[in-house]
Design a protein around this ligand. Structure first.
Ligand SMILES: Cc1cc2nc3c(=O)[nH]c(=O)nc-3n(C[C@H](O)[C@H](O)[C@H](O)COP(=O)(O)O)c2cc1C
Length: 374
């Protein structure tokens, strides 16, 4: 069996596959099940200090498209395929005290499995910077192997939190620096994809001392409207607010963000998240330069923590490495990073081959060639 182990931000992982910060890692019971199932690590559901109350009713639903037809809907029905998750869940509604002791016990029982503590506080004043430090120290004392700073949740009940931090370069740098001052373990930063140029926020985090950047969190989005009732398919008393899209639909979107990052900072460390359900998906992130990857939506749909997903990932990676004779992830990591170039550098056909933009043969989505004057 191929050696799937890898070292990322100085930490040894038995395999490069982690459960992302989300419902699969919201409890000690889930985390234990995840380790038993074979996940190399988990990023805990984001832990904060302020009280959290989620909206009434469902926090996450899954958008399904018809295999034969064009309707997309959150209604679960036969002959459909999941295209995305949509959620407006906040960070952990369990207080920090609930987590303390439990994470330490898990780490003691599973010393080779990696626990990354995801944390979030506010911003804009010294008290909130102190809250980041309190959370960092508490999780570090529990034996967490690394921290992940959540600068990325697209829907927060406070404006000084989540992706609003990730949209502000200065805050990105100041908060990272404050956490680095007290942490003895690596600090990862999870950025929002909802900015014009993610390189700027990543640069600010690295300047603040970040050991790795994680991308992507979910993409801001709305549920669709049911044409029969004219209500949003997810709402409370008829009202909705922007939430986050995850799952298969965001794989290409998240890859685009990741390629910007790995190309700009080829010597830095990155963890890829977004739309991963099997090794082929994960491979994209590795070929772009990521050292680990994380999974949420696919795991939620597989017994809540993804026992079959992790099996598919590890078996897929082992088969891929055996077939190609790779000894470790390093043998193929980043090998497609430099294939992404500015559009102007992509080859054009010569004049003889170019028919004013029309192909000789009809191409999917385009009309057949129009021959002027024929
Ligand atoms: C219901 C739900 C809750 C989430 N909660 C968090 C969270 O607390 N902290 C965080 O950093 N990301 C959170 N995420 C984002 C995921 O960690 C992940 O970045 C995103 O879903 C994309 O990965 P996927 O395509 O595998 O789902 C959440 C996602 C979902 C669907």
């Amino acid at each position: 069996m191929a050696d799937l182990s890898t070292t990322f931000t100085g930490i040894r992982f038995e395999n490069p596959f982690l459960l992302a910060s989300a419902p699969p890692t919201e409890s000690d019971a889930n985390i234990i099940r995840a380790f038993e199932a074979g996940w190399g690590g988990v990023v805990t559901k984001t832990i904060g200090l302020h009280p959290v109350v989620n909206v009434k009713g469902p926090k996450t639903k899954f958008l399904r498209s018809e295999d034969q037809g064009s309707r997309i809907s959150m209604t679960k029905r036969p002959g459909t395929t999941v295209m995305a998750s949509w959620n407006w869940e906040l960070i952990s509604d369990k207080p920090l005290e609930w987590w303390l002791g439990k994470l330490a016990a898990i780490k003691k029982a599973y010393p080779k499995h990696i626990i990354v503590g995801s944390i979030m506080a506010g911003s804009g004043n010294d008290k909130e910077l102190g809250n980041w430090q309190t959370l960092a120290k508490a999780l570090q004392n529990e034996g967490a192997d690394a921290l992940e700073l959540n600068f990325s949740c697209p829907h927060m009940d406070r404006v000084d939190m989540g992706s609003n931090v990730g949209k502000d370069k200065v805050l990105c740098s100041v908060v990272t620096q404050a956490v680095k001052q007290v942490s003895k373990i690596p600090v990862w930063v999870k950025l929002t994809p909802a900015t014009a140029n993610i390189i700027e926020e990543a640069e600010a985090c690295f300047r603040g001392g970040a050991d790795a950047v994680v991308s992507s969190n979910t993409f801001p989005s709305l549920p669709v409207i049911d044409p029969a009732t004219l209500e949003f398919e997810m709402n409370v008393d008829g009202y909705v607010s922007s939430g986050g899209l995850g799952g298969p639909a965001i794989l290409p979107l998240s890859l685009a963000k990741m390629s910007q990052l790995t190309k700009e900072f080829p010597d830095k460390e990155f963890s890829g998240v977004g739309g991963i359900a099997n090794f082929d998906h994960a491979l994209n992130y590795f070929l772009l330069g990521c050292g680990t990857v994380q999974v949420c939506t696919a795991a939620m749909l597989d017994h809540a923590i993804g026992p079959n997903v992790i099996k598919t990932l590890t078996e897929g990676m082992a088969a891929f490495m055996d077939t190609r004779g790779f000894k470790s992830l390093e043998d193929f990591r980043s090998t497609r990073r430099d294939r992404i170039v500015p559009h102007s550098q992509i080859k054009r056909p010569d004049t003889r081959e170019y028919h004013g933009g029309y192909e000789d043969e009809a191409v999917e989505g385009y009309a057949a060639a129009e021959r002027v004057g024929v």
